[in-house]
Unconditional design. Structure first.
Length: 566
């Protein structure tokens, strides 16, 4: 659209950074480069908006993101901005799960954040839109947004729809658990093959309240995406409409100079944690929210998760611990259905500001929800009086560990340690029937440094569930779990084995106690016995001595700090 002199003056004031490459005779070379891409001098007078597009052919979570990013570009143009789309990487957790490639997953979070920061900073962009789908995309985008602190908005690519198998809904969780059932002889190879063909019917991120949908929920409640963004399915045409609206919303944020750290306050993070634990979200949210908070310079630590988890009821019947997937929640109003109940109970900071310029409470109240449904319980009659995540401490986890307690908050597990150095050996032992009811499986040297990369272990947890051991075998690791994991699975044990943490000192047969009600994780050894073992301990030698994994292992911090690089 044509701009008047008044409009031009206003737009130039909005060019907080881009004027450095477009204004004055000395910037003629930069303008020449920009004009070569089909831009006009009128385009150069408008704010520059970076659109980080994580579209990729390597995962269904991201395969469709081009159309969403293009809609966001259109929204920016229509609102008198000049958009610039660029790409960055993704790793498919679901495809790399159970392989050495899974070590790249958490590493990719840092690479994504770094790459978005570098482009947005280097090209002197005035604002940022990120379009992402898969698990590490989302916290990576949010870390970059927090670092850069230019007006920004996040757009989620959307959830996948469930598949249909033998008359009921299925998703990728069912396939991982079917592998265990097949190994046990409880499923035929033909049925396993038939299930794999229908479990993921198209584009979008994994269907349940796994890591992607947990993080989309957290980001919406934090106020950094438009209301409803977290639950709109990838195939829904409204996702494109929302992306276009996000572009227009961003231009208002630039005009009013509203920046991410104005929105991403301690209250916003507390809102995100409350909603995640109320819904039984992924344990990975602990790592990711602490990492995002660090970039936003917000003081957030494990004690906040523990405090909020103890005081928040668990009210959502969502997979992996329940029956429903994100598309089901969307049909009943999405995350707003949960938020309204938490707001009525006084559990959220309703006055927290959001990208819409309205408060969280105003955003949620504006969304129509269906109150008469089976997915979300009332806060005064919850599934459990405490939240779906818990933080454990003890002589086996002095710096803390994380467990998804949805459905088994009051249980105590005690048994002999079955100790495995890294995931593959444990998976094979489970598949071969060498792990029995009552065992406590220990998988170590899978932490941030020890992996390196802190692999998720859905293949292992799926095998345990599939063999019918899901409530009788506990798993303890310094690695991570997929958001699709459920059962007594303790992750993020810190300090990790690679730095001499107690988990690295365990021996086969040591008696381990997982006391969920009292939030304890202990080994039946005295401090003297642990000290003797520590004196004789030698770290496991890493085979990664060059490249990104060696660099990551050198720079990464403890899981108790979000596994951020320094």
């Amino acid at each position: 659209m044509a701009t008047t002199s008044t409009d031009r003056s206003k737009l130039l004031r909005m060019k907080h950074r881009s004027r450095e490459v477009t204004e004055g005779p000395e910037r003629a070379p930069a303008r020449a480069m920009l004009l070569a891409m089909g831009l006009t001098h009128e385009d150069l007078d408008k704010p520059f908006v970076a659109i980080a597009n994580l579209a990729s052919d390597v995962t269904p979570c991201n395969v469709h993101l081009d159309r969403i990013a293009d809609a966001a570009k259109e929204g920016v143009r229509q609102a008198n901005g000049t958009p610039f789309k660029f790409g960055t990487i993704t790793i498919s957790d679901g495809i790399s799960m159970g392989t050495e490639g899974m070590k790249a997953s958490l590493v990719s979070r840092e690479v994504i954040a770094d790459s978005i920061e570098v482009v947005t900073f280097g090209e002197r962009m005035d604002a940022l839109i990120t379009v992402a789908g898969c698990d590490k995309n989302m916290p990576g985008c949010m870390m970059a947004i927090a670092r850069l602190n230019v007006p920004s908005i996040f757009i989620y690519g959307g959830t996948i729809m469930p598949g249909q198998f033998q008359g009921h809904d299925v998703n990728i969780q069912d396939v991982f658990e079917a592998v265990g059932a097949y190994a046990k002889g409880n499923m035929s190879l033909e049925d396993l093959r038939a299930l794999e063909c229908v479990a993921c019917p198209g584009e979008g991120s994994c269907a349940g309240l796994f890591t992607a949908n947990t993080m989309s929920t957290a980001i919406e409640i934090m106020g950094m995406s438009l209301p409803g963004d977290a639950s709109i399915p990838a195939i829904d045409p409204r996702k494109v409409d929302e992306a276009r609206q996000s572009g227009a919303t961003l231009m208002r944020l630039i005009e009013e100079d509203i920046r991410p750290r104005d929105i991403m306050t301690k209250q916003a993070f507390e809102n995100a944690i409350t909603t995640v634990v109320a819904m039984g979200g992924s344990t990975n949210s602990v790592l990711h929210l602490m990492a995002i908070a660090r970039e936003a310079e917000v003081d957030l630590n494990l004690s906040d998760f523990d405090r909020i988890g103890r005081n928040t009821p668990y009210i959502a019947d969502m997979r992996p611990g329940g029956k429903y997937v994100m598309a089901d929640l969307h049909r009943h109003g999405g995350v707003a259905l949960v938020a309204k109940r938490l707001l009525r109970a006084g559990l959220l900071h309703g006055d927290a500001m959001t990208v819409t310029g309205k408060t969280l409470q105003q955003n949620m109240e504006a969304i129509e929800t269906i109150e008469d449904q089976d997915i979300v319980y009332q806060t005064d009659s919850p599934r459990s009086p405490t939240g779906g995540l818990a933080i454990l401490y003890g002589n086996l986890a002095p710096e803390g560990a994380v467990i998804k307690v949805a459905g088994h908050q009051e249980k105590v597990y005690k048994g002999p340690a079955r100790v495995f150095d890294q995931e593959e050996l444990a998976f094979r032992a489970i598949q071969d029937g060498k792990v029995q009811a009552g065992d406590i499986v220990i998988i170590r040297y899978e932490g941030p440094k020890g992996g390196p990369g802190m692999r998720e272990m859905l293949a292992v947890t799926g095998a345990i569930i599939g063999q019918g051991l899901g409530d009788s075998v506990a798993l303890v690791t310094d690695g991570r779990f997929s958001g699709a994991s459920h059962g007594p699975m303790v992750g993020h044990v810190a300090p990790e084995a690679a730095v001499g943490g107690p988990i690295g000192l365990l021996a086969e047969g040591d008696i381990i106690t997982l006391d969920i009600p009292n939030r304890r994780l202990d080994v039946q050894l005295t401090e003297e016995e642990l000290a003797t073992r520590r004196a004789n301990w030698k770290p496991m030698e890493s085979k990664y001595t060059t490249g990104v994994f060696a660099k990551y292992a050198k720079l990464v911090s403890s899981a108790s700090e979000g596994a951020v690089t320094r």
